[in-house]
Design a protein around this ligand. Structure first.
Ligand SMILES: NC(=O)CC(=O)C(=O)O
Length: 305
């Protein structure tokens, strides 16, 4: 198995998903609106009954979603995983906004994803960035599995025209949980979720942007599957649907518990949803149906690494 620092003790916390709307071609306007909505999510009345500890934005929140747009909107982050990073000197306007907003709101922030250019190789990635309540950039995840699909008569999309897939599996530790990261199409690959769960993540969160073809078929199914097969809380945060945009996001941001119950779900429009994450549900799921200790890696050793 993995030699790792033990996961933080799992404590109750409140999660907020911002299903962001008004994502257009003006990056500054997108960032301004994202900031307003993060502050609203952090300060707003909510059905979970307490200020959120972690706020999440959707995939590709600062630019239109499409392979032609990624290189145009790409920003250099310059962050090396595991190394200290000073956001005060960041060249990235999105990282600066997200860092300042996390600090202003006093919350953990999974800042959706942005197109990121790595100056060392010139390649562009679809990248999630994570900030602590002091505004420090503490983790990134580059979308590992690129969204290249062709469903005749329905949808053709090829992220690999301009993007490169990331090559690492990532999580971050808070004072309340270890949280595993993925991005959208990554949810279709159970290995990524399983490895993060086996590394001690109690919660997996993927910014995502399914569409009106694949969304109704697979969005809920995949999240409930990843939640149940790993007995973790699983959540995806989508942009709001905009029928005037080139890509029609499915919406329906949701939070699923380790038994597969949907704790909270958005509709299609701009909306903030909240969920109370209760470690007791996690413990009860694992005690009652102990699949996490019944795996037979002697029978399938090739997935045990
Ligand atoms: N947009 C994605 O990355 C994935 C998606 O829409 C799907 O898998 O369906």
């Amino acid at each position: 198995m993995f030699a790792l620092k033990p996961a933080p003790t799992f404590k109750p916390f409140t999660l907020a998903l911002v299903q962001l709307g008004q994502i257009g071609s003006d990056k500054a306007a997108n960032l301004k609106h994202a900031r307003e909505m993060i502050l609203k999510a952090a300060g707003g009345e909510n059905n979970a009954g307490s200020k959120p500890d972690l706020v999440v934005l959707p995939e590709c929140f600062n630019s239109p979603y499409g392979h032609v747009h990624f290189p145009v909107y790409a920003e250099t982050i310059g962050y090396t995983p595991g190394k200290e990073y000073n956001t005060a000197n960041t060249p990235s306007e999105s990282v600066k906004t997200l860092s300042e907003t996390a600090k202003e709101a006093g919350v953990w922030l999974l800042g959706g994803t942005i197109p990121e250019r790595d100056d060392s190789d010139g390649k562009v990635y679809n990248t999630a960035t994570v900030y602590n309540p002091k505004g420090d950039l503490v983790a990134i995840h580059r979308k590992v599995h690129l969204f290249d699909i062709d469903i005749p008569g329905k949808i053709k999309f090829k992220e690999s025209e301009t993007l490169t897939g990331g090559s690492s599996i990532n999580y971050f530790d808070t004072e309340f949980a270890r949280i595993g990261l993925g991005i959208c199409y990554d949810v279709r690959f159970p290995e990524l979720a399983m490895i993060n769960a086996r590394k001690g993540c109690q919660v997996l969160i993927y910014p995502g942007a399914f569409n009106t073809t694949t969304g109704p078929l697979h969005w809920e199914l995949l999240q409930r599957s990843r939640a149940v097969d790993n007995q973790v809380f699983f959540s995806m945060c989508s942009p709001a649907r905009d029928l005037s945009a080139g890509y029609h996001a499915w919406g329906h941001s949701m939070v699923v518990d380790p038994m597969g119950h949907i704790l909270s779900e958005a509709k299609e429009g701009e909306e903030i949803i909240y969920a109370k994450i209760d470690p007791e549900v996690f413990k009860e799921a694992r005690a009652g149906i102990p699949v996490t200790t019944q795996r037979r890696f002697d029978v399938y050793p090739d997935v045990s690494a």
